[in-house]
Design a protein around this ligand. Structure first.
Ligand code: FMN
Length: 338
């Protein structure tokens, strides 16, 4: 089976990408992911806050040595960072040198000022594409939806003005009309979309009676929003589509491709089972495709998109009512039967 696909204008050997996580933050893991068959990797995010902190520190040190010329001897040449988190830039450069698959860098921030300039260094370090994660939970009740959407657009436009490598937007589904937002970002020049990022939800540690801040890994039950919106948008955008959440087995990979994803990303499954698990996902996809008579990813992609199967995948009010009314409660103690 020909597994080749394209994403953000890049030719990929297959549709499986390791998404941004601590796993992609170490060179030996990146090599193991490539050996297991990853078609590309997304490195851990460089956060706007990290860049701002390092820039502020650089300015503070510069001010200090201005006021006290003798202070310059405390900071020998090269000891004051020029800008931002250099370790992550170094990782991009090292990953580019060590891997033959595309290296995608990740930026994570919510404003269009200052820090965006850092994207230039990311590009110079060798990133073949940039994924931007505008993680912006609009928890302030006075903030309206239009302002949130404008924020995404402004960040994208600033980034596109700054770099020439392709830019993918990693989004949460938390918009009142995700399709319209994605189409607007597509028209504004986004080269692709990761649908979707997960919003981390609050929880309470009842023993300690304090907020709990643990990353809970996704499960396969979370693929619904991605299936819906990739299925709705496949074939209707200029940019490409990556599925982003809930891959546990090859089945989720296959479903995402069937609704029209160009690529499928995974973090939780690789954190649970290790980088080599990517090979199992790939083999599962290939086995299923061959058994079903698909000669290529190209031939199976989008077979179940809305463009291909119409309303059946749309989950409209009719489907909703049918699902609710078709539910048969099985109550504890019931004997079953008529
Ligand atoms: C521990 C951890 C760290 C992550 N770090 C990042 C990050 O730095 N930047 C980012 O955009 N996403 C990050 N993510 C989100 C993942 O890239 C991915 O979008 C999310 O886990 C959903 O995919 P999954 O269902 O395959 O886990 C992280 C996820 C986890 C679990």
């Amino acid at each position: 089976m020909d597994l080749a696909t394209r994403y953000l204008g890049l030719a990929l050997a297959n549709p499986l990408i390791a998404s941004s996580s601590p796993l992609t933050g170490a060179l030996d893991n990146l090599r193991r992911l490539e050996d297991a068959g990853a078609a590309a990797v997304v490195l851990p995010s460089i956060f706007e806050e990290q860049i701002a902190a390092e820039t502020a520190e650089r300015e503070r040190l510069a001010r200090l040595s201005e006021g006290f010329p003798e202070a310059s001897s405390f900071f020998p040449a090269g000891s004051v960072p020029e800008a931002g988190p250099h370790e992550q830039l170094a990782l991009i450069a090292r990953a580019r040198a060590a891997l033959s698959i595309p290296v995608i860098a990740s930026l994570n921030g919510t404003t269009e000022f200052g820090w965006i300039e850092y994207a230039r260094l990311v590009e110079q370090a060798g990133a073949q594409a940039i994924e931007i994660n505008v993680y912006f939970p609009p928890v302030e009740p006075t903030l309206d939806g239009t302002a949130v959407e404008r924020r995404h657009l402004a960040v994208l436009e600033a980034l596109k003005r700054t770099v020439s490598v392709p830019v993918a937007m990693k989004l949460t589904p938390a918009f009142s009309a995700p399709g319209a937002v994605i189409r607007a970002l597509d028209a504004a020049g986004a080269d692709g979309f990761v649908l979707f990022n997960r919003l981390y939800q609050p929880d309470i540690n009842l023993a300690a009676l304090r907020p709990s801040r643990q990353a809970i890994l996704s499960s396969r039950s979370e693929i619904g929003p991605g299936l819906l919106w990739i299925g709705a948008l496949a074939g209707r955008l200029r940019g490409s589509l990556a599925a982003g959440t809930g891959v546990e087995t090859a089945e989720e990979v296959i479903k995402y491709l069937l609704v029209g994803a160009d690529t499928v990303m995974s973090t939780a499954a690789l954190l649970r089972h290790g980088p080599a698990y990517l090979q199992a996902l790939l083999e599962g996809l290939e086995r299923w495709g061959q058994a079903r008579g698909f000669a290529s990813i190209e031939s199976l992609r989008g077979c179940m998109s809305q463009a291909a199967v119409g309303r059946a995948m749309r989950m409209e009010r009719g489907d909703y009512i049918q699902i609710l009314q078709g539910f048969t409660p099985i109550l504890p103690g019931a004997q079953g039967g008529e």
